[in-house]
Design a protein around this ligand. Structure first.
Ligand SMILES: Nc1ncnc2c1ncn2[C@@H]1O[C@H](COP(=O)(O)OP(=O)(O)OP(=O)(O)O)[C@@H](O)[C@H]1O
Ligand SMILES: [Mg+2]
Length: 251
């Protein structure tokens, strides 16, 4: 459902010169699969996801989502995806239910269909207790759930989630992880980014480790273990980044 080939994005930074944020990245994500982009800060995760979400255009390479090319048919691509990014603004004077109604209407939902879709999202993301409270009175974890619900109100086949559980406590992260697993059961194609090993290990069918704009390895946990000779993802990750700290045998 997602096919990415040699995708690149370079920025010209006045101080640093040319920055190759994404440098020839290729991968595929299938329907019913959770694929994780795992990388340290500045690795190029957000830039890759923004290219796929048509928020910015690639310098080179191609990406096709559900048959639509990000450069040639960005409008079509946007209809296929729900994109969660870290800098998603919410309207603070509205309640979650009002926000969902607003974005549902923007996406052509109305009447009974809209009402039942909102009820479904409120239940799925466990938002019943705060669905009618103004957003400016909600906690970070509650807001993140609203942001996810808002992203998915039009029930797109592809989910692109940039660090969906970043900054959340364990119970809230669980709600979101359960939601992602449920989306997989419903046959969605899910691409997410994270720098949290445990999250990648727990959620992802396949993982691509990205560092300095390049994918270092792609595979299942088993394949990553075999390739690096490490058991734990933390050790695998550090080994792929060229940092071997396995002195105490704990990685
Ligand atoms: N608009 C921009 N202009 C210039 N450089 C940028 C821009 N956006 C990103 N970069 C650079 O591209 C590189 C990759 O950034 P990106 O945000 O994709 O990393 P990331 O993997 O999402 O990191 P993090 O884990 O910190 O979110 C970094 O060096 C960053 O400074
Ligand atoms: Mg990022």
């Amino acid at each position: 459902m997602i096919q990415v080939q040699h995708l690149s994005k370079a920025f010209t930074d006045p101080k640093r010169g040319a920055v190759r944020a994404v440098d020839g990245v290729s991968f595929e994500v299938r329907k019913g699969e959770i694929f994780g982009l795992l990388g340290p800060n500045g690795a190029g995760k957000t830039t890759t996801l923004r290219l796929l979400a048509t928020v910015m255009t690639p310098t080179a390479g191609t990406a096709v989502l559900n048959g639509h090319d990000v450069v040639r048919s960005p409008g079509e691509v946007r209809r296929q995806i729900g994109f969660l990014s870290g800098d998603m603004g919410l309207y603070h004077r509205l309640t979650p239910r009002e926000i969902l109604a607003f974005f549902g209407q923007l996406n052509g939902l109305d009447g009974a269909a809209l009402k039942s879709r909102i009820a479904e999202m409120v239940a799925l993301l466990d938002m019943r207790s705060f669905a009618d409270t103004k957003v400016d009175q909600l906690s970070t974890g509650m807001r993140q759930r609203v942001a996810i619900a808002r992203t998915l109100i039009h029930d797109p086949p592809i989910l692109i989630l940039d660090e969906p559980a970043a900054g959340l406590d364990v119970p809230t992260a669980r709600v979101i992880e359960e939601f992602i697993l449920e989306a997989r059961r419903a046959g969605k194609c899910i691409l997410l980014s994270t720098h949290v090993m445990e999250e990648a290990e727990f959620l992802c069918d396949r993982i691509a480790v990205i560092h300095q704009g390049r994918i270092r390895i792609t595979g299942t946990m088993e394949e990553l273990r075999a390739a690096t000779g490490k058991q734990r993802l933390r050790g695998i990750f550090l080994a792929l980044l060229g940092i071997d700290v396995d002195t105490a045998g704990r990685s």
